[in-house]
Design a protein around this ligand. Structure first.
Ligand code: SF4
Ligand code: SF4
Length: 369
């Protein structure tokens, strides 16, 4: 599979596609990079169901094999079920991202009758208090109840946790809860900088490197995971400076993957700001421009020679300070160093001297939404 993905990427077959159906949501998370209220959306309109169905048909024609429906809360889009069914009718492996708060029994029955490849549920805490602090709703009980209903209907959701200063201290209990539910929990402390129109500032919702490492370690210990025995470091160890793999993105963005945003913007990846719009150009032009966009994106100079890059959870693009794109954000390096020193990451022997290559599997993405 890795070899196939490598070939598709090399030939620029867009096989792994994200549709961000809406920025609206049933929650109002303090760290959300995308959520907008109707008022914040202003004059901008969501793509209609008909427009989405045409996009689906085109994506399949061009090579879509995997698709993620995301948001906001993607199930709030009026055409959600039509879009869902059209994608599945093509045999595409479909994943649905949801916070599971507003799932009804009817929704669950519909999922069970025509199951997706995966349902990813973001867990925002292990208590009503943490949910309220972060999402604005005491939704914990209802979310867990819906997870159990999905399981009872024969669906195996995958849990994902986004950890922020408002819910980090719940992380050990979240790890235990996932184990009790018999479900896998992916998690991330790596937060995406919010879109400008949300009014949120990255600096306002990130934890300190020390508290991140402390709570992640506590989470590991809560389920008996043993940290790695790393030699502590105080600065980043350098690697071979002229390795050709170190100067470009190794992920699928713009080569095997793209995102269509709720208002028709088209980008190589959810995290790459874009002005390309499907309303203004053809699909071919958008895909061509997305590829060029990725080729031009610089990898921060520090990352090019950093030996911890294969285990650094930061995407090359979110490392960049918008005002100084040649350099990575020292905060993100400090998180990686703190996680290394706590034994939460370590280098695979194949990465000790080498840069990540095109064949390496991209890191699994945990949706912040
Ligand atoms: S962001 Fe990560 S890869 Fe880049 S220099 Fe810092 S620790 Fe290394
Ligand atoms: S993080 Fe997810 S659940 Fe929270 S407001 Fe954003 S889209 Fe909604």
């Amino acid at each position: 599979m890795t070899e196939l993905r490598f070939q598709w990427k090399k030939q620029r077959v867009p096989y792994d596609i994200f549709y961000e159906l809406t920025p609206r949501c049933t929650f109002d998370c303090k760290m959300c990079y995308v959520h907008l209220t109707r008022e914040q959306m202003g004059e901008r309109k969501e793509l209609s169901t008909e427009e989405w169905l045409r996009i689906v048909d085109r994506s399949v024609k061009e090579g879509m094999l995997y698709c993620v429906l995301t948001g906001g809360e993607c199930m709030l889009h009026e055409g959600f079920w039509q879009i869902y069914e059209r994608i599945l009718s093509y045999g595409v492996v479909l994943a649905v991202n949801t916070n599971a708060y507003a799932l009804t029994d009817e929704d669950i029955a519909r999922f069970a009758a025509n199951p997706p490849g995966g349902i990813r549920i973001t867990l925002y805490g292990a208590s009503e208090e943490a949910y309220e602090r972060l999402t604005g709703r005491r939704a914990f009980g209802r979310v867990v109840e819906n997870i159990k209903k999905l399981k009872a209907a024969g669906l195996i959701p995958k849990l994902a946790a986004t950890l922020t200063p408002w819910n980090m201290s719940d992380f050990p209990a979240m790890m235990v809860l996932a184990r009790e539910l018999g479900l896998r929990l992916g998690y991330t402390f790596h937060l995406t900088a919010a879109n400008k129109d949300t009014g949120r500032q990255f600096e306002d919702y990130r934890g300190t490197p020390e508290e991140i490492a402390r709570w992640e370690l506590a989470g590991w210990k809560a389920v008996g995971r043993v940290p790695f025995q790393n030699e502590p470091i105080t600065e980043l160890p350098a690697r071979m400076p002229d390795d050709p793999n170190s100067v470009r993105l190794t992920c699928e963005a713009g080569r095997g993957s793209y995102t269509v945003h709720w208002d028709g913007r088209f980008s190589p990846c959810l995290n790459i700001p874009t002005e390309l719009r499907l309303q203004d150009m053809s699909y071919e032009e958008a895909w061509e421009a997305a590829g060029k966009m990725v080729e031009r994106l610089p990898i921060p100079v520090e990352c090019q020679s950093c030996r911890l890059r294969p285990v650094c959870a930061n995407c090359a693009l979110t490392r960049q300070d918008q005002n100084d794109p040649q350099h990575c954000d020292p905060y993100r390096c400090a998180v990686t160093v703190a996680r290394w020193n706590a034994g939460l990451i370590t280098l695979h022997p194949k990465h000790v001297n080498d840069a990540p290559t095109e064949e390496d599997d991209p890191e699994e993405m945990v949706h912040q939404g």
